[in-house]
Design a protein around this ligand. Structure first.
Ligand code: UP6
Length: 262
């Protein structure tokens, strides 16, 4: 898949409906950038979404760090996402027994199932976490498996990562892809979307384990599909301009990889 365009991959068989939609959106908006909105108030979240909305295919949230998260946050987010055409990914990183993750996904103050298009989970509790989330989800929700992490010394390597791919292949209608540092599409027929955090221009880390790569390294060399950028964008004075800069660099790296000139 590293030489196939997003557009081509959107109509391959066994692609989850959310993945197909996202691939078409990426091609239409010419953006493979996801901004990670790790801010602490609804006001900042919605302001950031407005500012970077035209440059992104997806906004990633950590709803549990928003002080005043509530119906106003949900309605605001949905409205801006519909207006600016991006998907919303709640980075909850589920990692518990099936029965508990169903409750964390559908209930509590966050009600993630009501507003997130994309969610993610660890598979260290075993594959029932996938079944549990898929049972609680509706058609417009898709899952990413955390197969690799960006932080130094993490334990998600080797056979753990391989097992993530094995479980994803068993559930291609619900599992759209991975959070990973390189593409994990290894077998013919694999069409998973890989999203990569730990991207920042001009920094190598944050002093707390985070490790950064450039858009060119991640999209061009490691063959992943979407860059996820947090502080590199929301930490900038002019967030709109910064998001555009990341969009242009990641898009160019993609075009060079697939050999297109559009
Ligand atoms: N994230 C990582 N690495 C992973 C998985 N998730 O950094 O392997 C998430 C973090 C944060 C964002 O929880 O929300 O991606 C990265 O933010 P940053 O660009 O500000 O470092």
């Amino acid at each position: 898949t590293v030489t196939q365009s997003y557009q081509e991959r959107a109509s391959l068989p066994k692609t989850s409906p959310v993945a197909s939609y996202l691939l078409r959106l990426i091609a239409a908006k010419q953006t493979n950038l996801c901004v990670s909105a790790d801010v602490s108030t609804t006001k900042e979240l919605l302001q950031l979404a407005e500012e970077v909305g035209d440059s992104i295919c997806m906004l990633k949230t950590h709803a549990d760090i928003i002080n005043d998260f509530g119906p106003r946050t949900i309605e605001g987010l949905k409205e801006i996402a519909a207006k600016k055409h991006f998907l919303v990914f709640e980075d909850r990183k589920f990692g518990d027994i099936g029965s508990t993750v169903q409750k964390q996904f559908t209930a509590g103050p966050l009600q993630i199932v009501r507003w997130a298009n994309i969610i993610n989970a660890h598979i260290f509790p075993g594959p029932a976490i996938i079944t549990a989330l898929s049972q609680a989800a509706h058609d417009a929700v898709s899952l990413l498996i955390l197969a690799e992490m960006s932080s130094a010394g993490n334990l998600m390597t080797g056979s753990y990562t391989e097992q993530c791919v094995v479980e994803a292949r068993k559930n291609p209608e619900f599992v759209m892809g991975f959070i990973a540092q390189r593409t994990l599409n290894e077998k013919p027929g694999d069409n998973f979307i890989t999203m990569t955090p730990g991207v920042q221009i001009g920094a190598t880390g944050d002093g707390l384990g985070q490790q950064y790569n450039t858009p060119e390294k991640v999209i061009g060399e490691a063959g992943t599909d979407i860059i996820i950028v947090g502080r590199g964008v929301y930490g900038a004075q002019d967030k709109r301009a910064k998001a555009e800069e990341y969009r242009v660099r990641a898009w160019k790296a993609y075009e060079e990889r697939v050999g297109s000139t559009s």
